[in-house]
Design a binder for this molecule. Structure first.
Ligand SMILES: NC(=O)C1=CN([C@@H]2O[C@H](COP(=O)(O)OP(=O)(O)OC[C@H]3O[C@@H](n4cnc5c(N)ncnc54)[C@H](O)[C@@H]3O)[C@@H](O)[C@H]2O)C=CC1
Ligand SMILES: O=C(O)[C@@H]1CCC=N1
Length: 269
């Protein structure tokens, strides 16, 4: 465990995403007694984690993880921003909020921007990281903190965070829509909707697991499902016609990336 993690973690905001990360951290060996949740609400937290409405006086942890909504940043910074000055590592998962803005508002020694997704709750998430800090120990601390959550990847340029947020941060939302759409389509062919939902969910789960372990990329796996002259090919022809699915996904991710850029502009004000 890194020195910064051992020196304690303050998790600011423990909602959907902060809560998912926290559960996974304590399940994978982070000592709950070293974690303070700062949240004015009534979050449900693992046993042993302290919940406070404002930072404990006279203390600074090794790491502060910001997991409030971007729209809540101003109020938090105005209320207690100066209490974080000099904290070794500030990790922010806020969509669209840039490192320079965080550095200016909180004056930590290092900022790492992180983009997790909801599957971190079961250690199968994606966490993209970016930082300009030259401090290798603090970069390492951020990476070690995120390692139990799933696949961790450093992103070369901070502007690419809008793309990464659209793809893997928002991605679970798109996949859930796809599952529901598959179920709807099965029901339209006559299956009872509950059964169609079970089949669609298990199909996506199994396909993802197989693709993750397979010796071939998804395009090749798709061809293995599609027997020549068979029914999968007919369905793939619909998805592939005029790049229908690719164009839909491009529009979907572009809309999310655009919104991230807007949130970044709002946070700069
Ligand atoms: N939900 C998701 O799948 C993902 C969310 N994110 C990012 O995570 C952040 C949080 O999103 P969610 O967890 O979905 O939101 P949420 O609304 O579920 O959680 C926000 C939490 O912050 C608390 N809070 C509000 N004001 C506060 C303050 N001044 N001090 C301390 N705590 C405060 C709220 O009580 C709540 O528990 C956002 O910035 C979002 O961009 C990033 C990746 C994925
Ligand atoms: O919807 C949002 O803004 C956040 C960012 C990634 C997932 N949820």
């Amino acid at each position: 465990m890194s020195e910064a993690i051992a020196a304690g973690i303050w998790l600011v905001g423990c909602g959907n995403m902060g809560g998912a990360m926290l559960r996974r951290w304590t399940e994978s060996g982070v000592d709950p007694a070293r974690v303070v949740v700062l949240d004015p609400g009534t979050p449900s937290v693992p046993a042993g984690v302290r919940v406070m409405a404002s930072p404990p006086p006279g203390e600074l942890p090794g790491i502060v993880v910001l997991a409030i909504k971007p729209q809540q940043l101003g109020a938090f910074a105005d209320a207690v921003g100066d209490r974080l000055a000099g904290v070794p590592l500030l990790v922010s998962i806020l969509a669209g909020v840039e490192e320079a803005v965080l550095a200016e508002r909180f004056a930590p020694r290092a900022v790492v921007r992180a983009m997790p997704n909801l599957s971190v709750a079961i250690g199968k998430g994606v966490v993209a990281l970016h930082s300009d800090t030259p401090d290798a120990a603090l970069r390492d601390a951020a990476e070690r903190l995120m390692a139990p959550l799933g696949l961790v990847e450093w992103i070369a340029d901070e502007p690419l965070f809008d793309a990464v947020t659209a793809l893997s941060g928002c991605g679970p939302g798109f996949v859930y829509r796809f599952i529901d759409a598959m179920a709807e389509a099965g029901a339209a062919l006559g299956l009872p909707i509950d059964q169609a939902r079970r089949l669609a969910l298990a199909t996506v789960e199994g396909s993802g697991l197989l693709a993750a372990q397979a010796d071939a990329p998804p395009a090749v796996l798709a061809d293995r499902v599609a027997s020549p002259g068979g029914s999968t090919r007919e369905g793939l022809n619909v998805l592939d016609r005029d790049d229908a699915l690719v164009r839909l996904m491009r529009d979907t991710l572009a809309a999310s990336a655009r919104r991230n850029a807007e949130m970044a502009a709002e946070a700069r004000k």
